[in-house]
Design a protein around this ligand. Structure first.
Ligand code: MG
Length: 203
């Protein structure tokens, strides 16, 4: 399986990193080796002094598809969850300056946390899903899918133009503002519409 991530999908996060608003979704991939195994903590790697959390709504692909028309996108996923796109921000900033790919800073082992899943029938409106992230019991990121520049169905259609979507693939839909650094012994907790989805320890 693969993890497809969308960058710069919330206007407030684009401005906090001084990025420009893209005319099309920004995509990058994480390999399956990036996923944190169940009940394991996140280990801060030696090669970075600035690992950032990025809370994101994630969707699990339930059907094989390519060139999916937007009106059919909803048939390709059943479950929604929360993920953390861990980013070595110091390294990413250097790579961006040089115009190089981001993989080392975005796709390293442990850079992809995936929560439990909730069936989409539990949400009244998929374009109005509230979520947030707590760091040591303080809310640091607040998001709502209605603030996405490209909504879930648009993303599925766009992504499938380039990458065949397979059963089990995961899409990270981008992070709202409030990203920040993690330190040893921090606790991250994610909430989807007030339902606690995970508790992750930083080591
Ligand atoms: Mg991200």
């Amino acid at each position: 399986m693969k993890v497809i991530c969308v960058g710069r999908n919330y206007a407030d996060h684009i401005s906090e990193l001084n990025n420009t608003k893209p005319s099309e979704p920004v995509l990058f991939l994480k390999p399956d080796s990036a996923i944190i195994l169940k009940n394991r903590p996140f280990y801060i790697p030696d090669f970075s002094n600035d690992i950032n959390y990025e809370i994101e709504l994630i969707i699990k692909i339930s059907r094989l598809g390519k060139h999916i028309q937007m009106k059919f996108s909803h048939k390709y996923y059943e479950y929604i969850g929360l993920g953390i796109d861990f980013t070595a921000r110091d390294m990413q900033t250097e790579l961006k300056k040089k115009g190089l790919p981001w993989e080392k800073s975005k796709a390293f082992d442990g850079s992809c946390f995936v929560s439990e899943w909730v069936h989409k029938s539990n949400f009244k409106d998929l374009n109005k899903i509230d979520f947030n992230l707590k760091l040591n019991n303080n809310i640091v990121q607040n998001g709502n899918s209605n603030l996405m520049l490209w909504k879930i169905d648009e993303l599925i259609s766009y992504i499938s133009t380039f990458f065949t979507l397979k059963i089990g693939d995961i899409i990270f839909t981008g992070t709202p503002s409030g990203v920040g650094k993690v330190s040893k012994n921090d606790i991250l907790e994610g909430f989807l519409e007030n339902k606690k989805m995970f508790n992750l320890k930083i080591k």
